[in-house]
Write a protein that binds this ligand. Structure first.
Ligand SMILES: Cc1cc2nc3c(=O)[nH]c(=O)nc-3n(C[C@H](O)[C@H](O)[C@H](O)COP(=O)(O)OP(=O)(O)OC[C@H]3O[C@@H](n4cnc5c(N)ncnc54)[C@H](O)[C@@H]3O)c2cc1C
Length: 419
């Protein structure tokens, strides 16, 4: 009997998890994505700050042990009637020319994620740095090293040095907070020793338009994080509206122009071009593809009926009347659920149920917070965060290698500050 073809669009937490969990004895699995690796996004801040090798912060889509077909391409549209994905290759080796082709599916899984939303802030797309994958993390580390060398040039005044070595993080969610934490550790413990002439001149600030940072955590933990950052000289500016981003600074409504060497933009999500194009029902916010509780994508209003053999999950999708945040936790739990129902032939029988796991954020200097456990703030939260980071990785090999890197960093200092 011929096997059904399942086409998966995207290799983020949702698409990658499904590609590995679907049973290749039952299905022909085809994965389409411009990215041939899946980033461990919770590890990107650590990778950017040199805690371990970049290759440990991502997982290749092709595995010797997994039978699947992979196309390095972008799905530009889907013809739901003909059950066909219209694709364009995403390999630059063809000398700039791209190939256009179609892939037929029996079942289609849409997981193209979101893209960063800079809210049309002038200059943000050109000048800000982002942290969505390993290539971004490498750019951030490269920029950090460049700034330190620029500030070390003869004739650079102290004011210029302080401007170059000021890093602005836009967004006070867990991603922005963890970047600030890892960078403050790097500045205090490593770069101030490697660059003694720059000690005390490196600074960090977090800007958020909301009245607080770490919005998903309870108020006592938000207050704890403010105190912790203040002790480590990380400035937190809430209610800060950024008017523009320039190559060497930002302009805000309240503070005017603020010089800096790098703007790290971590705030906001918006739909990706594929989601925008697809003729499906959408949520009002963001927007995301609307699904039922079995993750079937729905037709547009007014019918909102399941589209035959089409599923959507991850940041790109949300369940009607059961809205969930755009997180790796949600994406992986949905992917595991869908793999289980498809493998067992029980699609549409038992609805998806999300289980909230502990929210942990690192604040730097071995301090952290765990949502719902104020007594865990401090080193225990830091230990919980580190263990959680290890658990995100999918292979024992990567887990072991990251643990060895941490041990070496602890014994002999981070490789980034020994070079
Ligand atoms: C730095 C950082 C840290 C984070 N930390 C955490 C954390 O600690 N805990 C947590 O729960 N969440 C965390 N998140 C959020 C989490 O990473 C996202 O929620 C998760 O990546 C969503 O997974 P996804 O598969 O839906 O989308 P993505 O991971 O965004 O993947 C989308 C995939 O689709 C591909 N794609 C896009 N368009 C197309 C197209 N047209 N055709 C084919 N492929 C396409 C992309 O190339 C990509 O491979 C973090 C995010 C970041 C950026």
């Amino acid at each position: 009997m011929s096997k059904e073809t399942i086409v998966i669009v995207g290799t983020g937490w949702a698409g990658y998890t499904l590609s590995q969990k679907l049973d290749e004895k039952k299905f022909d699995i085809t994965v389409i994505s411009p990215e041939d690796t899946s980033p461990y996004t919770p590890l990107l801040a650590s990778a950017a700050c040199g805690l371990f090798d970049f290759s440990l912060a991502e997982e290749p889509v092709r595995h010797k042990s997994k039978k699947l077909t992979y196309h390095k391409a972008r799905v530009e549209d889907v013809d739901f009637g003909r059950k066909v994905c219209k694709c364009r290759s995403a390999c630059d080796v063809l000398g700039g020319e791209s190939r256009v082709f179609e892939i037929k599916y029996d079942r289609l899984i849409l997981a193209p994620g979101c893209v960063t939303n800079t809210s049309h802030t002038p200059g943000a797309d050109e000048h800000a740095f982002f942290v969505r994958n390993v290539a971004d993390a490498k750019r951030v580390q490269h920029r950090l090293k460049q700034l330190l060398e620029l500030a070390s040039m003869p004739g650079v005044s102290e004011t210029e040095q302080r401007g170059l070595l000021h890093i602005i993080i836009v967004g006070g969610g867990p991603t922005g907070v963890e970047l600030a934490a890892e960078m403050s550790d790097l500045f205090h413990d490593d770069f101030s020793v490697l660059y003694p002439h720059l000690a005390g001149k490196m600074s960090l600030s977090i800007h958020d338009a909301a009245p607080f940072i770490l919005g998903a955590f309870e108020d006592a933990l938000r207050q704890h994080s403010l105190k912790s950052f203040s002790k480590r000289h990380v400035r937190v500016l809430t209610g800060s509206k950024i008017k523009s981003v320039e190559a060497d600074g930002i302009t805000t409504e309240t503070e005017g122009r603020i010089p800096c060497g790098m703007v790290l933009w971590t705030a906001g999500n918006q739909q990706c071009p594929l989601t925008e194009k697809l003729q499906t029902a959408k949520t009002d916010k963001l927007p995301r593809i609307l699904t039922d509780e079995y993750l079937h994508a729905l037709t547009p209003k007014p019918d909102q009926q399941p589209i035959s053999s089409v599923y959507a999950l991850g940041d790109a999708a949300d369940i009607k009347k059961h809205f969930l945040p755009t997180t790796a936790e949600v994406a992986t739990q949905k992917a595991e659920y869908l793999a289980k129902t498809l493998n067992s032939g029980t699609d549409g029988e038992k609805p998806f149920k999300y289980q909230q796991r502990a929210l942990v954020a690192y604040l730097g200097g071995h301090d952290g917070v765990v949502h719902g456990r104020p007594e865990w703030s401090g080193p225990r939260a830091w230990a919980a965060w580190r263990s959680k980071n290890l658990l995100w990785t999918r292979s024992w090999r990567r887990r072991g290698m990251i643990a060895v890197y941490w041990l070496l960093d602890w014994v002999g200092g981070k490789a980034i500050a020994r070079a």
